[in-house]
Write a protein that binds this ligand. Structure first.
Ligand code: ADP
Length: 320
């Protein structure tokens, strides 16, 4: 059986369609989109393969969406798996042998793929074959259909140099502005025949840490809240819903405030932050810290995280 993408993507609820339907609806990331569009045109005009591409960016920034849109634009078939879903060589073999010919393999969270498998994968990226010795020391050669790999990661640094060198494009998703996120929210509303005014969509946008998935989650929560409130998605409903979910005017949530609470001028490592807040190191690193760094509330030093003057000022406004 094919390994399934281990996905906990929380936005796909209430049966709303949240994905952009075309690259034109993929908002922001202009440079990345330009490169992708050039590559798509080259494939269409010359019949060349798309080529192996690595997408790097925080969770919820649109890596999987972009990979799927490439396939859609090229009318190409694909298989989508999470790196951790490949647990043994049999999983890898059944996946690789069942790839659509001249199609795509999309691997989400590719840093979760064990190194023994990335070693085999980069052989396949070079020559559409890979070789390994089984437990009886027999040499097994697997041939795959021709494919292009689009791999997504939040942690490029965890990939090995030989694997990284096989990607001819490494694309770093650019940060989203509040205006980008406002458009994403408005488009999602339009695609689902919902109405939200632009001021409310902007309020959601500025409180979503620059991450499309958070903006859509906040939008869904506002939509849900509005149902218990006469159905109007106006600024009042938006602010009430955000407040109910513990999101303040900076877009910080309860966990981010807890992190700020335990930080000061003495540097704290992530391990220490975990033991003082109960928030796992992985969550601190992947979800909560990036935006606090981005808005300059905390700083990373060689000995750990500290609060900046702006962070300290914010802390004085917090109610404990
Ligand atoms: P990632 O794979 O980086 O974790 P996803 O591709 O799952 O992120 O995107 C999260 C959500 O945000 C999806 O519902 C997606 O449709 C939406 N989204 C992400 N980027 C964009 C974008 N540039 N334009 C429109 N919607 C986006």
């Amino acid at each position: 059986m094919l390994p399934k993408l281990q996905s906990s993507k929380p936005v796909e609820r209430l049966n709303l369609s949240l994905r952009p339907r075309s690259l034109t609806e993929y908002i922001g990331c202009d440079n990345t989109k330009k490169i992708i569009n050039i590559a798509i045109s080259a494939v269409k005009s010359s019949g060349l393969m798309f080529g192996n591409t690595l997408l790097v960016g925080q969770r919820g920034m649109g890596k999987t969406t972009l990979a799927e849109l490439v396939c859609k634009e090229l009318n190409a078939q694909y298989r989508l798996v999470g790196g951790k879903a490949i647990r043994n060589v049999a999983d890898l073999n059944s996946l690789m042998m069942s790839l659509p010919s001249n199609g795509f393999l999309i691997i989400d969270e590719v840093h979760g793929l064990r190194q023994e498998f990335t070693d085999l994968l980069h052989q396949a990226m070079d020559s559409f074959t890979y070789t390994y010795a089984d437990i009886d020391h027999r040499v097994i050669t697997i041939r795959t259909p021709p494919f292009s790999l689009i791999a997504a990661t939040t942690s490029e640094g965890r990939l090995t140099a030989p694997f990284l060198s096989r990607f001819r494009r490494r694309l770093y998703l650019e940060p989203y502005t509040p205006l980008n996120l406002q458009t994403i929210v408005m488009n999602c509303a339009k695609n689902n025949n919902l109405s939200i005014d632009s001021r409310s969509a902007y309020e959601i946008a500025v409180r979503s840490n620059g991450v499309p998935r958070l903006a859509l989650n906040n939008f869904l929560n506002v939509h849900e809240y509005s149902k218990s409130n006469g159905g109007r998605m106006d600024l009042k409903t938006t602010e009430e819903s955000l407040a109910l979910h513990g999101i303040d005017s900076y877009g910080l949530n309860q966990q981010q405030r807890q992190i700020i609470k335990v930080l000061d001028t003495i540097p704290l490592g992530v391990q220490n932050i975990e033991s003082r807040t109960g928030i796992s190191q992985e969550s601190v690193l992947n979800f909560y810290e990036p935006y606090l760094l981005q808005i300059g509330f905390i700083e990373r030093t060689a000995r750990g995280r500290i609060l900046t003057p702006a962070g300290k000022k914010y802390k004085t406004t917090m109610r404990f």
